[in-house]
Write a protein that binds this ligand. Structure first.
Ligand SMILES: Nc1ncnc2c1ncn2[C@@H]1O[C@H](COP(=O)(O)OP(=O)(O)OP(=O)(O)O)[C@@H](O)[C@H]1O
Ligand SMILES: [Mg+2]
Length: 250
């Protein structure tokens, strides 16, 4: 099997007496869409925050292409090629769609602030921004104010902003949440396309989307990995059915 682009072992994060992420191992490979399932509070966002660097682990290892990065700051991880989106929409509503993507593209540059002051001289970031917006299907909306987009379009913009950093790894925390049916179908198609050339970790509650997309599924409960494997294994798992899938009769 291919080496993981991003892998974690023994990953643990405590908040006081609560262990939100408990001895978790996970491996993300290029060309694989890895879905992360689990009930509310299972530790899914915590795991994404640990992998992105927004949170530091209490213990454990995170490796990007063999290099230990568990103590590395999030901006450095982003520059390595680890991109993430947030569970709550995280855009600059007063800026245009294009400006949002361009600022994201610049954030991967070594001196983002200096460059932000002189955007016109940064054609590379403009190119990355344009490319991210095209991939995410927003190229017809570049001049609109981000705050005026529909909820689904704002989620697409978030993906465009991640893509504008040209990441190898995409950590996506519920990108389909709150989307209408049509928007959701478009996002699923986009994720499917992206998965061939990226390593993707997708947190998603929509089982139909997860089983349509995932190559590998990891199920977390109470901070721990309950089961991890191909979709057929997860579907057949009595533990998973009892702990999770059974809840909504799936
Ligand atoms: N910064 C924090 N401080 C204290 N507790 C936290 C913090 N972040 C998360 N937790 C707790 O850790 C546990 C896991 O939270 P997390 O957000 O990772 O769950 P989740 O699986 O993403 O849930 P959801 O499906 O609702 O998004 C929860 O009990 C949560 O209250
Ligand atoms: Mg969450």
């Amino acid at each position: 099997m291919a080496e993981p682009v991003l892998g974690a072992a023994g990953l643990t994060r405590r908040f006081g007496g609560l262990t939100a992420c408990d001895d978790v191992a996970i491996a993300l490979r290029r060309g694989e869409l890895h879905a992360l399932l689990g009930p509310n509070g299972a530790g899914k966002s915590t795991l994404i925050n640990l992998l992105s660097g927004d949170l530091r682990p209490s213990s454990g290892s995170i490796r990007f292409k063999g290099t230990e990065i568990a103590a590395m700051a999030p901006d450095r991880r982003s520059r390595l090629g680890i991109g993430r989106s947030y569970q709550k929409t995280n855009i600059f509503p007063a800026f245009t769609v294009f400006e949002n993507a361009r600022l994201a593209a610049q954030s991967r540059r070594p001196r983002p602030l200096a460059l932000a002051l002189d955007a016109a001289r940064d054609p590379d970031s403009r190119r990355r921004a344009q490319r991210g917006l095209e991939l995410a299907g927003l190229d017809e909306h570049v001049e609109r104010q981000a705050g005026a987009l529909s909820h689904g379009e704002q989620r697409q913009l978030e993906i465009a902003m991640v893509l504008a950093t040209e990441p190898e790894v995409l950590l996506l925390d519920e990108p389909l949440a709150g989307m209408g049916a049509e928007e959701s179908v478009r996002m699923v198609a986009l994720l499917k396309r992206l998965s061939s050339e990226h390593a993707i970790l997708l947190v998603e509650h929509d089982m139909d989307a997860v089983f349509a997309l995932a190559d590998v599924i990891t199920v977390m409960v109470n901070g721990q990995v309950l089961e991890s494997g191909p979709p057929a294994q997860i579907r057949a798992s009595v533990d998973v059915q009892r702990a999770y899938l059974g809840q909504d009769g799936d």
